[in-house]
Ligand binder design. Structure first.
Ligand code: 0X9
Ligand code: ZN
Ligand code: ZN
Length: 305
């Protein structure tokens, strides 16, 4: 059975997507944006008060990297919190009245399923190529943003393989198409990873500062401070290249260069004690504190519409 404080399998998440959308028709609608390499449907949940006109929106994905289970747990937690606090929490109510939040609960479903059934430390997609017996590409090196120029590998056996071309991975193509299609409404792009406790923003493919560097930094520091206020968890903010490492082909840089100014990558708990194997006992505190950072960012976005 599905639980917000456990790491749910894909089958459980899929059933949860169906039931939560059908039980909340006034706040959630869902759409399939395409299938994964292995044929699983990629559902995007649109959360917000229904409106006759197109609302400005925020796009958030979890589980780009298969083994980062706390990330996938966060998207589920966010949906639950949005539904249960709409109408009582003024910030959430204001957000969902004025904006829609698109949530992709699991980006790399094939990889996520593989981490549950075969190899817990799998990171990449599960696509095959004629030219290699190695499987998968890194879905955060496959975007058309300085593609494969730095911090990525052209070796299909590497964990950071950039793929045979930008958007060669169908999951990346599906999401990129969705964001391009909804480009005029999408004001922020949030992508949830683990681990390291970082709040990153463009660029990662270059050390050059983004045009909106100072605003992005100010918002990131405010969000980190809000996060820390709950359980004292310390986050570091900054542009990806200088804060974690230079790495091209990431979704955050791609979204930013497309024109989505508020583009952030979260690296959730911890700093390495458990790493990707974060115990289930930390799901609740991690998601609670992360909600504060996400809400800080969404408030800033709303104020600047
Ligand atoms: O390397 C990544 O893709 C992310 N770190 S992780 O440990 N979750 O793999 C960081 C992504 C930062 N942004 C870009 N490199 N564009
Ligand atoms: Zn990751
Ligand atoms: Zn708590």
């Amino acid at each position: 059975v599905h639980s917000y404080t456990k790491y749910n399998s894909w089958d459980k998440i899929q059933a949860w997507i169906s039931s939560i959308s059908s039980s909340n028709p006034d706040l959630i609608s869902r759409q399939v944006i395409g299938n994964t390499y292995e044929g699983r449907p990629m559902n995007v949940l649109k959360i917000g008060k229904k409106s006759s006109s197109t609302k400005p929106s925020i796009f958030m994905d979890c589980g780009i990297h298969a083994r980062e289970w706390i990330s996938t747990a966060f998207c589920q937690w966010f949906v639950k919190e949005a539904l249960s606090t709409y109408g009582s929490d003024s910030e959430m109510t204001g957000l969902l009245n004025q904006m829609d939040v698109y949530v992709l609960p699991v980006f790399n479903i094939d990889g996520y399923d593989f981490t549950h059934n075969s190899n817990r430390m799998w990171r990449k997609t599960r696509s095959r190529m004629y030219s290699s017996s190695c499987i998968g590409a890194d879905p955060n090196r496959n975007w058309n943003a300085g593609w494969c120029t730095t911090g990525a590998s052209s070796n299909p056996c590497s964990d950071t393989f950039c793929g045979s071309s930008p958007e060669s991975e169908i999951e990346v193509k599906n999401v990129a198409d969705f964001i391009r299609r909804n480009k005029s409404s999408i004001k922020a792009y949030l992508t949830i990873h683990s681990y390291s406790q970082l709040l990153l923003f463009p660029y990662s493919y270059t050390f050059e500062l983004a045009e909106h560097h100072s605003e992005l930094m100010t918002v990131a520091e405010g969000a980190s401070k809000a996060l820390r206020s709950l359980h004292g968890t310390q986050y570091t903010s900054g542009p990806g290249a200088a804060t974690i490492y230079p790495a091209a082909g990431g979704s955050d840089d791609w979204a930013y260069d497309l024109g989505v100014k508020y583009s952030y990558t979260f690296e959730l708990r911890d700093t390495g004690r458990y790493g990707f194997l974060l115990p289930e006992s930390q799901i609740k505190p991690t998601c609670e504190e992360t909600m504060l950072a996400v809400k800080y960012i969404t408030s800033h976005v709303q104020k600047n519409l």
